[in-house]
Write a new protein. Structure first.
Lengths: 226, 433
């Protein structure tokens, strides 16, 4: 036990000074003593790791180079936006697919939706007009179909509590109904991909409604309570 | 499959809890700590077993925070929970994305068991109840013969619906919800500790001596200590600084009141309100007696049933506001943040928590040395106090986000100058550079 003659307090420590007045404490160090609280370790400063720095640097440089080449050899179209979109999507994968601690259903749902959006934008703006429509005809229904199956299979195989995944599964199912609606409005001409995606979505939806009837209601109640 | 009715699948945040997820970050963590020091060293493996058993008894803690469209909510958490060694950081941030989603932590070090809780989950009283159960279970697993004596919620008792209750919603009065505007409070300035660390200095007095001292001054322990604290803030921060006096904001201590003592509530979630001491100290000749008189009056006024219900109903009315309710959560967060900026921390100089006496069964007492608590300190409330007493150990714990220890020093010297015996502990943040 050490003592501060100025504050008249006792303290059990091997430190030299009184925490109140910073005078030297009287008394001997006790070699067997363990400090009550752990030592102060300065926090690790979050400096960007070198790989991340290099990647970020190359990303920004390539975007600038692409843009300048595009402008210097201007042929009437912004073709550089396609590789730039791909680069940005790569960063989305790193940020939300790899580094994020969110659950896997969220990652799949988010990345699929963004991918579909990017491919549709490319489809609408580039290439000869007669060739357009592939993104809506094929990519959109198949991407959602794949995502649907992936989330269902993950829930099924990993036997995890489905509750955390339900919300994303339901949103993707709702998204995969969109192509069929577009077929009905004659925006899409090739029907079989849209219909197969629709079929799978309805199958999964019916499965949930029949075997986990409360889960959908609960999920909606949870997410939308006022 | 029969559903286990002990668990409620998900539940809304209670009235007091709703604000914290929106306003918490690395600096304002809204975390507090309750800590039991045992007589002998803690066995981490047994503690893990005890924690596993007790979390099942406290399903309102076995949750993760999720964001809905209008409000966030607590959802059942099926991930495992792990106890950890005590870190340097006192009351650090408990992020919903880390720690398997759990919003509390159980730490061990030498003979300490500490529980840190994010304020959305529960208040001091709820945390103490959980901690008592945990230590009881731990000591039982060690093989000691203990009896709960109706003071402990043991692992074989069943959780009840009442323990989940949002008691604010049960006891508020829609007619008594007048908003009383308040002035901003005086803030204690200082040099920030690097890395957002928190300095902790804890002093142990004799409970009997403190109670006697308060009685001699015809005050309760909380009133007396609050008055002394006001006086120390006055002496160290204001008295000799003329430039501050010219534009003096009132010194206000935020003192939580456990509403379970005023209403028949069994809840283990938040159910606290507060009294505030409030004094403009722009004079050179304020005495301790004068402050004491004022503090006693303010306690008397603030602790009446009408006043407690008014403060509670004011918050409930805010929560039930239709405009706020229909705002989507991502916008609501900003509304809550702005509201908290105006009506939250800046209205207090210091938060001054007296958790009070910790009652434990006789059979448990020989194994426990002392109990203490701590509250986080942030950017505005740079110095906070938490007080507990167990047997004859009366522990006053200061936590600060600034390097200066002037107030602590004068506060403790006030007692030692009267000849009282005082032992202190510190985490020595300032010594390690």
């Amino acid at each position: 036990m050490k003592h501060c003659d100025k504050c008249y307090v006792d303290i059990q420590t091997n430190q030299k000074y009184c925490p109140l007045c910073h005078q030297v404490l009287s008394g001997e160090d006790d070699p067997n003593l363990k400090e009550v609280y752990p030592e102060y370790v300065p926090l690790r400063r979050e400096v960007l790791p070198l790989t991340k720095k290099i990647l970020l640097f190359t990303t920004i440089v390539s975007i600038l180079v692409l843009l300048s080449i595009n402008l210097l050899t201007w042929d009437g179209s912004f073709w550089s936006l396609i590789p730039i979109g791909a680069i940005i999507y790569f960063w989305l994968i790193v940020r939300y697919g790899v580094l994020s601690k969110q659950n896997i259903a969220f990652k799949l749902a988010l990345l699929t939706t963004v991918l579909v959006a990017i491919l549709n934008l490319i489809d609408q703006n580039y290439g000869p007009v007669s060739d357009r429509g592939w993104a809506l005809d094929y990519v959109t229904p198949f991407a959602f179909l794949a995502c649907n199956l992936a989330i269902s299979v993950i829930i099924w195989i990993r036997r995890i509590n489905y509750r955390d995944y339900m919300f994303y599964l339901i949103s993707i199912i709702i998204f995969s109904l969109i192509p069929v609606i577009l077929v009905l409005f004659k925006v899409i001409n090739i029907t079989w991909p849209a219909i197969s995606a629709f079929g799978a979505a309805v199958f999964i939806l019916l499965f949930i409604i029949f075997f986990f009837p409360k889960s959908i209601k609960e999920e909606i109640k949870k997410r939308f309570h006022l | 499959m029969i559903k286990d009715t002990r668990y409620i699948d998900w539940f809304k945040l209670d009235n007091a809890a709703k604000i914290f997820p929106a306003v918490s970050n690395k600096k304002e963590t809204n975390t507090f700590r309750v800590q039991f020091a045992l007589v002998e060293a803690v066995d981490p493996e047994l503690l893990q077993l005890a924690a596993d058993a007790i979390i099942e008894r406290y399903p309102m803690f076995k949750v993760r925070l999720k964001v809905g469209f209008f409000w966030s909510y607590f959802d059942y958490n099926s991930s495992p929970f792990y106890v950890e060694p005590l870190p340097t950081q006192v009351c650090g941030q408990l992020s919903p994305k880390e720690n398997n989603g759990y919003l509390f932590k159980i730490y061990y070090r030498n003979n300490l068991i500490a529980l840190e809780v994010f304020h959305s989950l529960s208040d001091g009283s709820g945390a103490v109840t959980l901690m008592k159960s945990l230590v009881y279970e731990y000591l039982s697993l060690k093989g000691y013969k203990l009896t709960p004596d109706n003071l402990i919620l043991t692992r074989d008792s069943l959780p009840t619906i009442e323990e989940y209750e949002d008691s604010h919603g049960t006891y508020y009065n829609a007619k008594n919800r007048r908003h009383v505007p308040e002035k901003k409070a005086f803030g204690i300035k200082g040099t920030p500790i690097p890395d957002g660390h928190i300095g902790l200095i804890s002093g142990t007095l004799s409970t009997k001596e403190v109670v006697d001292l308060a009685r001699r001054n015809q005050a309760t322990v909380t009133e007396y200590l609050a008055a002394v604290m006001m006086y120390m803030i006055y002496i160290t921060q204001i008295k000799y600084r003329e430039h501050l006096k010219a534009n003096q904001k009132p010194v206000k201590l935020f003192i939580p009141v456990n509403l379970r003592k005023h209403f028949p509530s069994q809840t283990l979630r938040n159910f606290t309100n507060f009294v505030k001491t409030d004094m403009v100290m722009a004079r050179p000749d304020i005495s301790l007696e004068e402050i004491m008189q004022l503090v006693k009056e303010q306690f008397k006024k603030g602790m009446t049933k009408e006043e407690l219900i008014r403060k509670m109903s004011e918050n409930v009315a805010f929560e039930k506001n239709v405009l706020l309710r229909v705002t989507p959560y991502f916008l609501k967060r900003y509304m809550l943040k702005i509201g908290y900026q105006i009506m939250g921390l800046s209205l207090n100089t210091m938060s001054f928590t007296n958790i009070g006496r910790i009652d434990l069964p006789e059979s448990m007492k020989p194994y426990i040395d002392n109990v203490s608590a701590a509250v986080y300190s942030g950017k505005f409330n740079t110095l906070n106090v938490a007080i507990t007493s167990f047997e004859d150990k009366f522990k006053i714990t200061f936590t600060r986000s600034i390097i200066e220890t002037t107030i602590e020093r004068e506060f403790f010297r006030f007692f030692t100058s009267m000849g009282m015996h005082l032992e202190i502990e510190s985490n020595y943040v300032e010594e390690y550079k």
